[in-house]
Design a protein around this ligand. Sequence first.
Ligand code: 5AD
Length: 368
Amino acid sequence: MRIPLSELPPLTGPLRAEALLAWLRTSDSEALEHLWARADELRREGVGDEVHLRGLVEISNRCVRQCAYCGLRASNGGVSRYAMSDEEILECARKIRDFGWGTAVLQSGEDPAFTGERVEALVRGIKAETGLAITLSLGERTEEELRAWKRAGADRYLLRFETSDRALFERIHPPLPGRECDRLALLRLLREIGFEVGSGVMVGIPGQGFESLARDLELFAELELDMIGLGPFIAHPDTPLGATPPPLPPDQVPATVDMAFRVLALARVQRPEANLPATTALATLDRQQGRVLGLKRGANVVMPNVTPLHHRARYNIYPNKASSNETAESTRALIVGQLASIGRTVAVGPGPSQAFRRRTQGAGGGLP
Ligand code: 5AD
């Protein structure tokens, strides 16, 4: 659908679903150039030119869930499972600190070995020794656990809602027996507890239509997200969605890097002061340019992987993941070089989002 720039709604957010839909659907190249430029402008005004580097530690690839899209799903017998020791995790945190970055992101499947108490102790230990900001991304956990982790010093929590289409979500994300799963309610709870809250979606999930994607973008604004992470859906052959994709609806969103850039740029329109990473999934579908183009189309964060090399290749939520055969040092060198090539600099300090600063310190906040 070639809706020309002159007929598209102005990119002053937050936009409603109808306006978002027009921007998601247009194939007009002039309109797209305008969208990239506007996202870049809003990124600069909202969060500045500095790029925050977050050290990502994939602490366990064990998972009790059966998500139809994810290679780490419990019933995938083809995965060699690992869980890092507390000392190994602490060692990664020291490396992040020594690199001069301000944040450690601990991510895993839903692994019962990381009990509430264990994570609490880990958070206290990392905080005490490194002073890093700590982001947790450990799936759907209980209110009690989340509150305890916040008290222990965790700063941020990431939990993507994946899609606002409830029927699609239920098809691809079965709940644990006897438990219901409402990620939107969890996101509101995380915010109430005092976390800086991140969420996001996959773009091009089989069965995902444009209208629900427009609604996803509306939700980014309604939830007042501090962080938004998104990437293209990448089929994993050892998952139900990858092996036997359902018949696609006529309105299917393509799982392309270009469509993901569009959603990223519109996420910046929706939340000018949020932190938005150029994700690994973008870098996976476009090895040469994915990360850099993300940073030029709205993103202001990169999450370099610092998971020890011997574990890394086993964290295959999707195949051919970028950086899966590099050391932390080589990933770091690559990213620092990419930033220099586009005139962006590495931020220092913990780097909370401007959105979070404004809501916790009152209006203003001021860029660093
Ligand atoms: N393709 C793309 N992204 C995926 N994720 C999980 N599986 C896939 C896949 N096959 C994303 C989900 C999850 C995040 C950790 O990784 O959005 O929240």
